[in-house]
Write a protein of this length. Structure first.
Lengths: 395, 395
């Protein structure tokens, strides 16, 4: 090939999850690898009705181009929901619709990152955020993290000694990949610390509404008095991914910049899909659907945690998430997750090795398990095979 | 605001079209400013039926995440259509679905452009392509262009004397903004010339299927034996924009790179929207709908050209497009289009001044007129007011 690609292309590589998913599409595989919602609870019958209603009531508007910012009534509903659920104060003007929240990650990279700028993130962090930001050629520093969130002393030390930190990326609720949730105290100290340095923060919250137990905690954005925190969310986990509707929430001058970026990137998000979610919320029971989904995931989390507690050999630890789709397993240091995956695939069990979730790599004994997309008996069977495979690694 | 944006943000500014469209949303304005398809021919009743069928037949698959490349049967249909219509030889594996073809422009900037690289384009060119590429901080060279396309001698001279040309962007069929179509001879000499230099080409063809008269010409991609040409197209103009479905077509190693870019940018395009277009093509008369649409635009083109011929004062020239949505007016040099626009807006007529379509500006006496979204009597009335405003500029 004679054409010459941009330098950034050298750093893009196929995601491990993607390659694994290709293997695991066979029906006999028990896959803990993806991050798919449970399709059995997609509101298929209701969507049929909503599509009909929308075409009858506003077909021509729905099928035309829309404004770049998005459909005003949906922006209002999102502003109201995040206010009510996470104490995030925002008006509709502070919300921009995105084509899924992955687009919000890409746009945030575009908005803040010049080559060589530094992004801080949790250690580990969401791997597709790493991919999104990597296109803008930053350096990553993974901030040490414990069960309560980022370790603030470490964050402060890095901010004090690193000149060009442009963005801090965090997922405080039921984090992907660990399932961990930041404590209230940690959130407060985090915003205090970043405010001292005036660094932009992207708070990603795709899973926050899927809480199995305990109190919802206020978003970090709700504690921000400097306009430093940008929020993003999505309907992919609370409704269905096929709509590709997410959002960004930020101060008006920041939203203005995002709108310019979106104009160049895809003009607008499907008006029809936006209007359908809006109409669904008006005519059907969005909250009831969310309650059913959360209950299903709670049962699956229970099944996976119980199976892990019963079956895992000594030296294996794992998180017990209070919500979301994932939990995180730490193996004894001598066991490499990628080697374990090879043995598991022979037994038709799949997961994602943890290494991909560390932007600078180097952690080989961890793995991510997804429990949202498998029935309980398959979860138990899969964990049993996983435990046997771990035991076999010592022999 | 204490946060620091990336350098690229300095060069992004609100599109003139966008700002004008805000003014022109009042019903009394005769707007030739936008580029909207005629909503009266959107297949609203059929889409209602398609949505129902899809939810009944494959609701859970349609509402789930899809692969990044897109829905295989739709990729096959696109490959077959562009082969049949434009002689573009491609397999489904060489087609990637995008969220509208604007996304294809953004991804192409991301794939090829480092800061300071050079993009060649027609003079004038599509303004949202300029916005998309500008995010990657290239320099633009607008290649002189006449009624038959780029002037090949000029293209050759620029390629011979400019070291870092990474991409040539062209719209050979019913170009936005001019409505002009490249001749067969110009296409052949173009591909010969770029092949000598091994530069990547993006051939954008959103309007090619909307031909009013004359023979369809083969795509430049169909003449490319080096794998240098990447094609992009969309269903926004032949079906409806609200679906947000476009595509890229390129050699497999190039599509692989685009897939990596799309994974980081939005994971996938709405599976439901892809499946609906595919199902529409199976169950309804896509071609028949396209014929009706083309006939409507032909009548509107006729109305606009006839009105311009009758009413325009001496010294005003304009293109007579054989298809597409736009024509291009050149005023006497003493008249500035932006001043004319101010007078026209007082008379409730809107258009886009041509200056925005030149990446380096400097051409002030041109304007773009859109005829797809206005009935014939309003077109005649709007042109009459435009002609009167031009006459008034001399007094």
């Amino acid at each position: 090939m004679r054409m010459t690609f941009a330098k950034r292309i050298d750093s893009l590589r196929a995601s491990d999850i993607r390659e694994i998913l290709k293997i695991t599409q066979r029906a006999e595989v028990i896959s803990f690898a993806g991050g798919l919602p449970a399709p059995e609870l997609f509101p298929v019958a209701e969507m049929k009705e909503i599509s009909r209603l929308l075409m009858e009531e506003s077909g021509r508007v729905a099928l035309q181009y829309s404004t770049t910012e998005g459909y005003e009534p949906l922006r209002q509903k999102i502003a109201a929901r995040i206010g009510c659920k996470f104490h995030t104060q925002a008006s509709a003007e502070e919300v921009m619709i995105t084509s899924g929240s992955q687009q919000a990650l890409d746009f945030t990279g575009k908005l803040f990152l010049d080559t060589g700028d530094v992004v801080l993130c949790e250690s580990p962090t969401y791997l597709a955020a790493i991919s999104a930001f990597r296109a803008y050629q930053p350096e990553f520093i993974a901030v040490p993290t414990d069960d309560d969130g980022m370790i603030i002393e470490e964050l402060g030390r890095i901010l004090a000694t690193t000149g060009n930190v442009k963005l801090v990326y965090v997922i405080p609720d039921f984090q992907n990949p660990t399932g961990r949730t930041w404590s209230l105290d940690r959130r407060r100290r985090f915003i205090e610390t970043v405010s001292r340095y005036g660094v932009a923060v992207l708070e990603d919250n795709p899973y926050g509404e899927l809480r199995f137990e305990g109190e919802i905690l206020p978003s970090i954005k709700s504690m921000d008095y400097e306009g430093l925190v940008i929020g993003t969310g999505t309907f992919s986990k609370t409704f269905c991914p096929g709509m590709r509707i997410g959002w960004l929430v930020a101060a008006p001058p920041v939203i203005e910049k995002y709108v310019l970026i979106k104009q160049g990137a895809d003009l607008c998000t499907s008006m029809r899909n936006q209007m359908e979610i809006d109409l669904f919320m008006d005519r059907f029971d969005f909250e009831g659907n969310l309650v059913r989904l959360t209950e299903l995931y709670r049962q699956r989390r229970n099944a996976m945690v119980a199976a892990l507690e019963t079956m895992m050999p000594a030296g294996v630890s794992f998180t017990r998430p209070q919500g979301g789709l994932f939990l995180w397993v730490t193996l004894p240091e001598r066991i490499k997750a990628i080697e374990l995956l090879k043995r598991c695939l022979e037994q038709n069990v799949a997961f994602v090795p943890g290494d991909s979730f560390f932007p600078n790599g180097g952690v080989e004994n961890t793995l991510r398990l997804n429990y949202s997309n498998m029935p309980e008996d398959r979860i138990r069977e899969g964990v049993a095979r996983l435990a046997a495979a771990i035991r076999s690694m010592d022999s």
